[in-house]
Write a protein that binds this ligand. Structure first.
Ligand SMILES: [Zn+2]
Length: 337
């Protein structure tokens, strides 16, 4: 599985520019799908099975990055706008990659002064893209992702864009396990533009009209030093979301997820996240409301180029999703008054 994680995390796909990764995933899902399509916003939709419950499973393809928005005169330096939630303490010395492969180095303009302890906004940073002639290699309007190779340390895998390529891996591996067979109508959706406001998930749920939805995404691990009070730890299983700032999981759906994990001996932990949310927050609001749950992959150092996951947790998430889609929650019929 490491090779697949490496291939997907090293792919280039800032929000709104998911086309290369979408083409890769499209090829990968073909042998396991009944139907593959792309909607108007760019979501890749993979259907398996027909009839029964309509279940939407979402993992986002996009990653955080930057977009060049101003070229400083007579230098090879660019200013930029953020794509998604950047952590300023991680930026100085970071490498970014533009679509044509050009590498830029991000720098703080006062690294030994104010920038040493605090950087108030992206205006205090710039990107060096100068070549040997002193010319800029990149035009204003070009997007870039943070670049870092993906590596392994025992069962831990460290890389950029684990958020949310690891969710894409869970979706893909579950598809493979189903081997084209499902008693229900499953829609695996690889969504676009999550990091800039859950936009892909919003239209996917409107188009598919699911009876039930499950998002797959990373969650912060509470085992970093001085972390917030978070019960989630690396290596202790799939995190079943209970609540985050955009989403309260309906209790009957939550219990179905927990009961399924217990019935099949799948290690799990409960996640209550005080910051951040996922595609689930948008999926639940489609039409007259969609019961929505979320399986989270515990991840250290979220939104850095060294997001760290444990393969045992990834496997637990695949096991759990496989069991859940095999027997979707029996939804209560709407009461007639
Ligand atoms: Zn994410």
């Amino acid at each position: 599985m490491f090779d697949l994680i490496k291939q997907l995390t090293e792919a280039w796909a800032p929000s709104g520019y998911e086309h290369h990764l979408r083409a890769t995933l499209r090829e990968m899902v073909k042998p396991y799908a009944d139907e593959v399509s792309v909607d108007g916003l760019g979501n890749l939709i993979v259907r398996v099975g027909k009839g029964g419950k309509k279940v939407l499973i979402a993992a986002h393809m996009d990653e955080i990055g930057v977009m060049a928005n101003y070229a400083e005169p007579k230098t090879g330096y660019l200013r930029f706008a953020p794509i998604g939630g950047l952590l300023y303490t991680t930026l100085h010395g970071s490498r970014v990659m533009f679509e044509d492969g050009t590498i830029g180095v991000m720098a703080n303009q006062d690294p030994w002064g104010k920038g040493r302890t605090a950087a108030s906004d992206t205006d205090t940073f710039y990107i060096d893209t100068e070549d040997e002639t002193g010319a800029q290699r990149v035009r204003v309007g070009s997007p870039a992702v943070f670049w870092r190779e993906t590596q392994q340390r025992g069962s831990r895998v460290i890389g950029k864009a684990m958020d949310d390529r690891i969710g894409c891996v869970v979706a893909l591996e579950t598809l493979k396990r189903l081997a084209g067979k499902a008693d229900h109508e499953l829609y695996f959706v690889f969504t676009v533009q999550e990091e800039v406001g859950l936009r892909g998930a919003r239209v996917a749920a409107q188009g598919i009209k699911p009876d039930l939805a499950i998002a797959l995404d990373v969650t912060a691990a509470g085992d970093e030093i001085k972390a917030e009070r978070l019960a989630v730890r690396l290596g202790e299983g799939a995190a079943i979301k209970v609540m985050d700032i955009g989403h309260v999981v309906p209790p009957d759906l939550l219990h179905w997820m927990i009961d399924t994990a217990e019935k099949h001996g799948i290690p799990y932990q409960s996640e209550v996240l005080a910051r951040g949310t996922t595609d689930a927050a948008a999926l639940q609001l489609a039409h007259s409301g969609v019961p929505t749950g979320c399986i989270s992959i515990p991840t250290r150092f979220v939104h850095t180029t060294s997001e760290t996951v444990d393969l045992a947790d990834v496997n637990a998430c695949i096991d759990l999703l496989t069991q859940l889609v095999r027997s979707p929650l029996k939804l209560k019929k709407k009461a007639k008054i």
